[in-house]
Design a protein around this ligand. Sequence first.
Ligand code: ATP
Ligand code: MG
Length: 396
Amino acid sequence: MNKLPAFVPAAAPPTWLGVMGGGQLGRMFAHAAQAMGFKVAVLEPAADCPAGQVADELIVASYDDAAALAALAQRCVAVTTEFENVPADSLALLAARSFVAPSSACVSIAQDRAAEKRFFVDCAPSSGVMPAPHHLIACSADIDAIADHLLPGILKTVRMGYDGKGQARVASRDELRAAFAAGGGVPCLLEKMLPLAYEVSVLTARGEDGEAVVYPIAENVHRDGVLFTTTVPGPNVSAAHALQAQDAARAMIGRLGYVGVLCIEFFVLTDGRLVVNEMAPRPHNSGHYTMDACITSQFAQQVRAMARLPLGDVRQHSPAVMLNILGDVWFDDTSTASREPAWDQVLELPGACLHLYGKEAARPGRKMGHITFVAPTLAQAQAQLQAACAILGIAA
Ligand code: ATP
Ligand code: MG
């Protein structure tokens, strides 16, 4: 493949990178880009947002504002996204004037569960992995055609789902009908409920020259549909499963012709089968451990990929456990008043790396930050996790 010139950081005039979205992933992207000498512009409708607080320029506008998109594209040599629900049309518009990675075509697949499932099925001959059995429900009449074996299942909206939002667990066809109606009749997928042994994710990145890298496999524990911890190396993950998931991820990112960081979630079933769940066209919560435990963080990798720089070493130098910090820890069970968690005590724990996202208002369930515990052994990192949970009042 012909190699196009890289976008190298420069001081005068500065080299600007752009990001669609102002959340924590955009903030950590900006930190990584700035550390490498780039300037960062963020486009986001909310004036006070985690990425806007650290960006060199914040363009406050809706994601489909043509003038704002033109300003972003004019300023930035390359633009990326920090959330999958960015309008694909906006990315296409940006691509007319700037280098956009990942592409609008790749993001459109990841933001549509039906297209995503089709991609996984198409890719199965080379990836060796299938998604969960599923059925598209575009209208209530489709419910009659559902095969019995898909129940009990999980009804998921085709678009805009994240952190378990837009999902309903249904045991029967009647419950399915009710859940579909309660969701307003928007297009959904019914997925068969599978017996999970554990969950893993594979973070991968690919450059425009076709070179791809795959990070160590991460084992994830969810609570109430939200990621709770990520452990690497995963205590349950066999070498064979790790290899199978990593090979599948490599096949998928290659087939997409993807440029950037892509995270693919898998289930390992109780019978040992590997099933692909979904993918995120951006750095992922389960990849936060790379910031403190790998040579190249997922955000530095995102910068390298979009700037057409060589991809960085994905080697993990320390076992790690990542704990998500939700707004719940600002409240105790008995009070509605918020308190500041005892970060001083948490930081006393050896190997604790605290990341807070600059969100002022703590609300239950809101992702406020994360802590990664790195240690010479996994057992030590896990012990620090337990200690931190005790300090923060999180049931371990
Ligand atoms: P996120 O954006 O946080 O990854 P999401 O809202 O996109 O989540 P999924 O990843 O599809 O949703 O599902 C959330 C969680 O629900 C999964 O991590 C898994 O624990 C459980 N889950 C989803 N689908 C199934 C299934 N088919 N069988 C069993 N459990 C499932
Ligand atoms: Mg998921």
